[in-house]
Design a binder for this molecule. Structure first.
Ligand code: SF4
Length: 457
């Protein structure tokens, strides 16, 4: 049965900095395909769309990631004293307003929000939606709503909050707001993974999700809270979806959004990678979320190379085994060294491999950061510093509250990783700038390659 229109909204980001590293509103696109399967008519308005018709010069053809369009905005009061420029990232407000005004009033509006500290972007979006569609109920889901539901309800004034994975709660929520009976069963559970890419204005790459959730429980991560169970599709389904979409959208870049793609690689990642190495070796794969270091064997490294992986990001976080023992045990230093060796033996170049290192953790000293960076350089990979953001509900949340000088419990803006809000006094922006400069110098001077080759020889 045909049902009315539902508007899906990806709101603006308000932040000091944001970069479009293959960002797509995957959760909304997946809901879009499920809604369409139930007879609803979903429409997406993506406030971050780099391909919006008003931004024709923003992204050159063939470029799948890059800058967002941004406009300087006033800092919210809690951030008033932070000496950095604050911006709205995404399509200009007037352009989104015009797009919304062209639409027939939708039956329901679904909004998402990734980071808790981006909520002022949601508030701005909701205010405009209320002006244009005063009668339409607003439902907010996603990470911010799942981690801070009470704050989200109060700050945005939406009609309903959905906590956790939305797909099973949404049919009842839609019934409450529209009186359309929920469709009892989704005929195909694989739909929980398949985005409706027709909702996008342009498909430059395929966003792919082969699994949801993660079997690990790292103390600094929200994966378990947002997606409590670890679920996977079958390798055959993944292969089929990619094969169909590569042809349909004529693209050659695949971006994996998984948290744990390489878990039990023999039965899962390897059949997928081998299939594409055999039949579509010209595809280029990217993994912005980081791969599990301990799962990289010579066979896996070789399969990644043959399938066409280009951007390898390793979730090292720290070179210290003590850190890993106490934070979730997802890897060890020796496993990291072996993984790097296997990747290089498989033919990956140094500049294709980056290692994420967490900085600004509660209690972390500057000497620890310097030690982690030096060890990553010695391993011959580019250390990528990732500022820690305190996440409500994570195991590190209570230590973050004890360490911070900000009211992170009541004000999500203070959870912004740019503030280094849980860091000790030694870890400052000046310190991190110095470390980043040192990393760049080590790369430019070739020191990283000398260190790496002596370690792996
Ligand atoms: S392995 Fe990665 S996704 Fe999984 S819990 Fe740890 S940090 Fe989160």
């Amino acid at each position: 049965m045909k049902r009315p229109g539902i508007l899906l909204i990806n709101p603006w980001i308000h932040d000091f900095a944001a970069y479009d590293l293959w960002a797509k509103p995957l959760g909304l696109l997946i809901l879009g395909s499920m809604l369409r399967g139930q007879g609803w008519d979903p429409i997406l308005v993506d406030c971050l769309d780099p391909d919006h018709h008003s931004l024709s010069s923003l992204r050159s053809p063939g470029r799948s990631h890059g800058k967002f369009y941004k406009s300087k905005i006033e800092k919210p009061e809690p951030l008033r004293l932070i000496p950095r420029t604050f911006s709205r990232y995404g399509v200009p407000v007037d352009e989104i307003r015009k797009d919304l005004e062209k639409l027939a009033p939708p039956k329901v509006i679904l909004i998402t929000c990734l980071m808790t500290y981006w909520y002022t972007g949601v508030v701005e979006t909701c205010n405009i939606l209320r002006e244009i569609f005063p009668e339409t109920p607003l439902i907010l889901g996603g990470v911010y709503a799942s981690l801070m539901p009470e704050h989200a309800l109060k700050s945005t004034g939406v009609d309903e909050i959905i906590v956790g994975p939305a797909e099973f709660k949404l049919p009842d929520a839609l019934y409450r707001w529209t009186s359309y009976q929920p469709v009892k069963e989704f005929s195909n559970p694989q739909l929980q993974f398949v985005p409706d890419l027709d909702l996008l204005s342009n498909v430059r790459f395929l966003p792919v999700l082969t699994s949801r959730g993660c079997p690990y429980r790292c103390v600094y991560c929200a994966s378990r809270i947002v997606q409590p169970t670890y679920e996977r599709r079958t390798p055959a389904e993944v292969i089929r979806e990619i094969e169909i979409n590569v042809l349909k959208y004529d693209v050659d870049e695949i971006v994996l959004y998984d948290d744990a793609f390489l878990c039990e690689a023999n039965n899962y990642a390897l059949p997928i990678l081998d299939a594409f190495a055999a039949f579509r070796p010209t595809l280029k794969w990217h993994t912005p979320n980081g791969l599990h270091v301990s799962a990289i064997t010579p066979r896996v490294a070789s399969a990644l190379k043959k399938a066409g992986f280009k951007t390898i990001r390793l979730g090292l976080e720290s070179a210290s085994d003590n850190f890993h023992r106490s934070s979730g045990g997802k890897t060890k230093w020796n496993d990291f060294l072996k993984a790097v060796k296997y990747l290089k033996d498989a033919g990956f170049e140094r500049d294709e491999i980056g290692a994420y290192l967490l900085v600004g953790l509660p209690g972390q000293t500057s000497a620890q950061v310097e030690g982690d960076v030096e060890m990553a350089l010695e391993a011959g990979v580019y250390p990528k510093l990732a500022e820690y953001s305190p996440i409500p509900g994570s195991a590190l949340w209570s230590s973050s509250i004890k360490t911070t000088r900000y009211q992170i419990e009541s004000e999500p803006l203070y959870q912004n990783c740019s503030l280094l809000s849980a860091a000790t006094g030694e870890i400052t922006w000046e310190f991190l700038s110095r470390i980043r400069k040192m990393i760049r110098k080590s790369v430019q001077s070739g020191r990283i390659d000398q260190l790496g080759s002596s370690l792996h020889s």
